[in-house]
Ligand binder design. Sequence first.
Ligand SMILES: [Fe+2]
Ligand SMILES: [Fe+2]
Length: 312
Amino acid sequence: MQPTATAASSGTAAPAGTDRPITEGFGPPPPDEPVLEAVSPWWLSGTPLEAEHQRLMRRMQKPIPWAQSTAHLLTPPERARLAETWRRRSAAEYLAVSTFSVLCIDLVAAGAPADVLSHCVRAQLDEIRHAELAVRMVEIYGGKRIEPVAGMSSLPDDPKQPKLHQAVANTILVSCVSETYATTVLTATRDLTTDPVAHAVLTSIYSDEVMHARLGWSYLRWAIERDPDGVREAAAKMVPRALRGNANVIERERPIGEVTEAVRAHGLMTPAEERQIFSECVREVLVKGFEALGIDCGTAVEDYGDAWVAAA
Ligand SMILES: [Fe+2]
Ligand SMILES: [Fe+2]
């Protein structure tokens, strides 16, 4: 578990009235709290940056019906399972900000067009908002304000290869594979989610991840037109690494607690279901997409076939 940090204990200045203690009561948000805001004021810097941040977030935010959460109907173990899941998600979303930052450097170094860059920069902003949504969900389920842990993504870096190939390889890793898988798993998760808040949050994140995936596939096509053989070769080398990286995340241990039907209704699948979705994504989406662009995917379909799914 990450340490719990309140606005006060972390040294983050919170606007007056937002540093009230968290109780173990899990009712609707306090009446002084705006119900359609994703922003958690206690997590902000306390500087004049806040006003512009609020404007940016409001502009991009689809309304979330925070007051309609049914979290209070869950048992404490169910809430704990969901809180820990969202805590991990908040850390992943926060880290994704730096992932797109590093990718942006690769893209600029390779002379990527402006619309590719603007989408990459926009993705950083989206990931900040996803982190905020996840932080808010941790609070809803766990009753605690837990900041995402600090960190920095590192992407593969090979100074010997041409900048275009480096940018393509990391775009495949970050966007084509990770973000495309994110859209498929979010679609499936959303389908079983009946809690209005969880459904709205997952929908909001999903609509951004679609754009994050589109960024990669569009750039890949553009790059292939400039250097067909070299880009296809660099892509083929990265595909197995990128798939393994995603599989590692799916295979890792999960928070303690059963995935009950009630928990599923708040947007959580079993590890076995996630393996099934990844396997289908590899077979039906990723390999088909890469092969349509002339990129060899080796044994990807077999590597993540029935035997891998059954090993859950
Ligand atoms: Fe995200
Ligand atoms: Fe994303």
